[in-house]
Design a protein around this ligand. Structure first.
Ligand code: TYD
Length: 214
């Protein structure tokens, strides 16, 4: 059986991905499966440098196509330096965000200024090729709840958290559409429960879809 996987967690602002990604990594470790927890944008030295360029500063800092290219440049570095080597070493890789975030944020978040699905799909083909996550968990919650949670966190507010409510509604819709388009790869998890309930739901999906014999 294939023992190592590439799993991504996706969702809007304040959906609790980072907490759930960490708990999922702990679960794999308790099963004796070595796990690498990583994030986007970032996850390698070069990609972390690009991250600073995209998550800080004014809302209008980048034209959307430029921002999309920065995300894909960071992703390429992350894949080449971190994700692919770890998978080759037999590790399971869990990434807090991956390419579906580009589809939702740059592809649709910006409404009439967004680059659209076709551009994201073409860039995906060029930059990543046929490689895809084995499983993508999309944490879903009402936009207002997520934004309130994100703004209450004591870390600095990132560029995306400053976008208007329409932006966040577009994101939620885009993530739900991604799941409908690729139901074998993507599963929606309701992100409104307790940390433990959400973790249980994610682990059930992982067991059902990836780890049938555990
Ligand atoms: P982060 O502070 O990690 O936010 P979160 O905890 O919500 O993940 O900042 C990452 C931001 O980058 C996040 O707001 C979403 C955005 N992003 C994109 O717009 N496109 C992308 O392709 C990726 C990976 C992230």
């Amino acid at each position: 059986m294939k023992k190592n996987f590439f799993i991504t967690l996706e969702g809007g602002e304040g959906s609790g991905k980072s907490t759930q990604a960490k708990l999922l990594a702990d679960f794999f470790e308790t099963k004796g499966i070595t796990c690498l927890l990583t994030r986007e944008p970032g996850g390698s030295k070069g990609a972390e440098e690009i991250r600073n360029l995209v998550v800080t500063g004014d809302i209008k800092r980048w034209d959307v196509m430029t921002e999309t290219l920065l995300m894909f440049a960071a992703r390429r570095d992350h894949l080449v330096k971190t994700i692919w080597p770890a998978l080759k070493q037999g590790k399971t890789v869990i990434s807090d965000r991956f390419a579906d975030s580009s589809m939702a944020y740059q592809g649709f978040g910006y409404a009439d200024k967004a680059v659209g699905a076709e551009t994201i799909e073409r860039l995906y083909d060029i930059v990543i090729g046929k490689f895809k996550p084995d499983l993508t968990i999309i944490l879903d919650m009402p936009v207002e709840v997520g934004i309130e949670r994100a703004l209450q966190r004591d870390d600095t507010v990132n560029r995306y958290e400053k976008m208007g409510m329409d932006f966040h509604h577009n994101l939620r819709k885009a993530f739900l559409e991604i799941q409908q388009k690729e139901p074998q790869r993507c599963a929606i998890v309701n992100a409104c429960g307790t940390i433990q309930q959400i973790n249980d739901n994610i682990i059930n999906i992982v067991k059902e879809r990836l780890l049938k014999e555990f």
